[in-house]
Design a binder for this molecule. Sequence first.
Ligand SMILES: *Cc1c(COP(=O)(O)O)cnc(C)c1O
Length: 217
Amino acid sequence: MSLAEIKGRIDKAATSAGRSANDICLIAVSKVQPNARVESVLNEGHRSFGENRVQEAASKWPDFRKSYDSIDLHIIGPLQSNKVRQAMSLAQSIHTLDRPKMAQAVARIAQEDGHCPDLFVQVNIGEEPQKAGILPTEADAFIVQARALDLPIKGLMCIPPVDEEPALHFALLGKIAARNGLNGLSMGMSSDFETAIALGATHIRVGSAIFGDRVPG
Ligand SMILES: *Cc1c(COP(=O)(O)O)cnc(C)c1O
């Protein structure tokens, strides 16, 4: 599907939710996509992109930045502790703040560097054992803790269980954000971004619907 078609769908979903499409950031998830596909989206003027691996982001985006201005890079995948510093220097936003130890590491590096990307707390919204993220019942306390470290928490992020109705999970994420005074909601992917927009998403992470199927390797 073309970028223009996706934007059309975003406009439509925003309008029917009584929202402005300008309040929704489309993150084009470019992981594992050939550079030519990414460049064609850059050439259409799009600037917000998402990567889930730091190594891959580091191999692509510093080069793209030489040719394209104002790239807005989002790290959306789990971060090992030894990758936090690199992620913070590469990206404008990190969507996967998912544990107290990482919050402490980010705070320490931010102090040293005098700079911190925007942060989203990943919530394990379906309480799935194999998934990263703060449990919904622990989110309020974690947000308090992160704020005490002066971290710039912009919002919450979730990946709902694949085999469940995403709307209930999106609604819960919105509730947790609202009661903590957070505006940012990073939720919704290729298959469910319209539902996410209806439930308040401010950042949608769309990969295959824009770029086509991911080509492995
Ligand atoms: C890959 C990925 C996406 C995009 O998935 P699509 O289904 O291709 O849109 C969104 N969020 C995260 C965290 C991802 O890893």
